[in-house]
Structure formats: C-alpha cells, structure tokens
Design a protein around this ligand. Structure first.
Ligand code: HEM
Length: 88
C-alpha cells in the first residue's frame, strides 16, 4: 500500500503532469491526484490545470473552502521541498 511519505522536489513534481500520472502541490504538500481526477466535481480537465505544479493559487481562486487535505489524505506523497533533487 505504499504509505511512504517523502519530500518531493519541484523538478520531480513537474514530471507528473499526465492524466495517468498526475501530482499537484497545495500549500507545500504534494498529492497524487491521478485517481481523484474522475471524481473532481469541476471535471478532470480543470483539475489537470494544476498537474505538475504548485496549484495553490489556482485552487484558492476557485474554491478556498474545499478541504483538499482531508479529501486527498490517502493521496499524500509528501512535502514539497526546495533544496535539491533526490539522490544528491
Ligand atoms: C469544484 C477547479 C483542485 C475539489 C471545482 C470547480 C472548478 C474547479 C472550476 C467548479 C465546478 C462547478 O461548480 O461547476 C479546480 C482547479 C483546481 C482544483 C482549477 C486545481 C488546479 C481541486 C482539488 C480538490 C478539488 C485539489 C480536492 C481534492 C473540488 C470540489 C468541488 C470542486 C469538492 C465542488 C466545490 C463546491 O461545489 O463547493 N473545482 N479544482 N478541486 N473542486 Fe476543484
């Protein structure tokens, strides 16, 4: 079941920008949204606008009241980190 929380560098986040492999970050937390895409009330295309990036602004523009951290609790990959890519 995975369950391993680990830091994610923005350069790694950026590679997860496809519908079958989509991650996004909100307020410093990275989520794997791949399986949530088809459940998003705004549709998958809207949610994909935030794939591979820090989607905090996009998210807050549309629905700052939505409790993403609870909805995506099982999809948490880990904290967004800004120091260096993995393995360095
Ligand atoms: C609704 C866009 C991320 C959960 C919507 C709607 C849009 C939208 C346009 C309105 C749909 C409508 O009323 O017809 C976006 C964009 C996102 C994003 C651009 C980021 C790039 C997320 C995330 C979650 C989420 C990360 C939660 C995991 C929801 C929920 C609604 C909704 C629960 C219904 C809200 C309500 O009616 O009060 N979204 N969304 N969205 N989205 Fe997102």
């Amino acid at each position: 079941v995975g369950g391993r929380i680990r830091p994610v560098h923005p350069s790694e986040l950026a590679t997860h920008n496809k519908k079958n492999d989509a991650w996004l970050a909100i307020r410093g937390r990275v989520y794997n949204i791949t399986h949530y895409l088809s459940y998003h009330p705004g549709g998958p295309e809207e949610l994909m606008r935030g794939a591979g990036i820090d989607a905090t602004e996009l998210f807050d523009k549309v629905h700052p009241w939505v409790n993403y951290d609870s909805l995506l609790a099982k999809c948490l990959v880990g904290p967004l980190r800004f120091d260096r890519p993995d393995g360095e």
